[in-house]
Ligand binder design. Sequence first.
Ligand code: SF4
Length: 56
Amino acid sequence: MAQCKDCERFYVLEEDDSRGDCIQKGKDERQAYFYTKPVRAEHEADGCDSFHPRKN
Ligand code: SF4
């Protein structure tokens, strides 16, 4: 089963590799932006519509 650590949008914390940030691009009519949320590396990714598998 896929986990957040298997997703391109997951950026691991240097000080703790069990945690990281999910960073996604958003866009409204005026600008593009990024939004982040903290996630656990082993969080289930199967239910996430934004999951993007890593290529490496
Ligand atoms: S919450 Fe979804 S988009 Fe974010 S890192 Fe996890 S699987 Fe990827």
